[in-house]
Design a protein. Structure first.
Ligand SMILES: C[S@@+](CC[C@H](N)C(=O)[O-])C[C@H]1O[C@@H](n2cnc3c(N)ncnc32)[C@H](O)[C@@H]1O
Length: 350
């Protein structure tokens, strides 16, 4: 038996307040359920004054599994817990996860309506751990309501290729400008392409895409690149922008209600603040572009749409809602008007 303890990042309870521990345990349980050796249910423990999420495993975790633990949205330091001469010691384990994009890209931009990056990382982890399309790190992620790109930037730090759709032209322009500057400043080799997307039926323009391909010098020369693409368009048209069975995971934070929309957004065609309408209009298209075995994670304000309603819409769209207890531990208060929850659904492998 081996025991592990993950020290909770000091910022974590600032994001979730009282609910921080519940969310950490749920995220860890989902991640550990994919490990080769059987792990006990994690629990919050205070070991030698360190508050951690602790669990035991039948055998030692592999390097890859430790890397997955370091990707957890709340992980600060991971320890192996050992008993020597009747006393307990915490042995820190080196973080050997492959380094892709520096995490700082997720925190640079600050703006009203931004989805918290710790919460976004948690949703990405849940989607990536639940998805059964591939074991590769190189997943293809879509955020079909990308705002100014938090999900895309969090996905880059995991080594994924990331794609976003956003109805606000102001936001998509800002993502393009910010990201190009970032690549230049951090000395990435990169190419940029723009394309307009027209409807085959009407021949009218239905979106504009900006596509970046990038890597550090040697990787770029070897063809080991990552991709970020942002489409200025309407999420309901996702299946016009991308082919069927294209994405491994879809992660999206739905609009919360009235508070965050700008005048420019409100005037955009296809814009509505109503998450139920948005989901109904977009889910068939999202399902089309998701691979079999792929996973969709949505977050929403339960004061505006209930979890029962959200799950019902997911099922009606032909997705299988993951509804075991462990997937129902994520509800938390954000502020006086927002109580947030997530729903997780899979496109079944036939
Ligand atoms: C909660 S915000 C997402 C914030 C984003 N995760 C971030 O941190 O920047 C929801 C986004 O959905 C966008 N949106 C609303 N309706 C849309 C539609 N039909 N198609 C694409 N995006 C839409 C809004 O403009 C808003 O930026």
């Amino acid at each position: 038996m081996s025991k592990y303890a993950i020290q909770l990042s000091p910022g974590h309870n600032r994001v979730y307040y009282m609910e921080s521990q519940k969310l950490s345990v749920a995220e860890l349980t989902i991640t550990a359920s994919g490990f080769d050796s059987k792990c006990s249910s994690p629990a919050i423990e205070n070991i030698k004054g360190v508050v951690c999420a602790a669990f035991t495993c039948e055998s030692k975790l592999s390097r890859h599994e430790i890397a997955l633990l370091y990707n957890l949205s709340f992980a600060f330091v991971i320890f192996e817990v050992v008993e020597i001469d009747g006393d307990t010691y915490l042995l820190p384990i080196e973080n050997l996860s492959p380094q892709y994009f520096d995490d700082k890209i997720t925190t640079i931009l600050k703006y009203q309506g931004k989805t918290n990056e710790t919460f976004t990382k948690m949703m990405i982890n849940v989607a990536a751990q639940t998805c059964s399309t591939t074991n590769d790190t190189n997943l293809r992620l879509l955020d079909p309501m990308a705002g100014k790109g938090t999900t895309l930037f969090c996905g880059l730090t995991r080594g994924f290729d990331v794609y976003g759709i956003e109805i606000s032209t102001k936001y998509t322009n800002e993502i393009g400008i910010f990201f190009k500057k970032y690549l230049e400043r951090e000395k990435y080799k990169h190419t940029t392409q723009k394309r307009t997307i027209t409807s085959k039926q009407t021949k009218k323009q239905i979106g504009k895409a900006s596509h970046f391909e990038f890597a550090h010098k040697q990787d770029f020369a070897d063809g080991n690149t990552q991709k970020l693409e942002i489409v200025d368009g309407d999420s309901a048209l996702t299946n016009f922008y991308y082919k069927k069975n294209y994405f491994d995971i879809i992660v999206v934070d739905l609009p919360y209600g009235i508070q965050h929309s700008s005048k420019q957004q409100r005037q955009s065609k296809g814009f509505t603040r109503n998450p139920e309408q948005l989901l109904s209009a977009s889910l068939p298209a999202w399902r089309d572009v998701l691979k079999r075995g792929g996973v969709l994670v949505i977050s929403y304000n339960t004061n505006v749409i209930s979890k029962t309603k959200a799950n019902d819409l997911l099922s009606k769209a032909g997705l299988t809602v993951l509804d075991e207890d462990i997937y129902n531990q994520f509800e938390h208060r954000v502020d006086a008007s927002i109580k947030r929850d997530i729903s997780i659904a899979k496109k079944e492998i036939l």
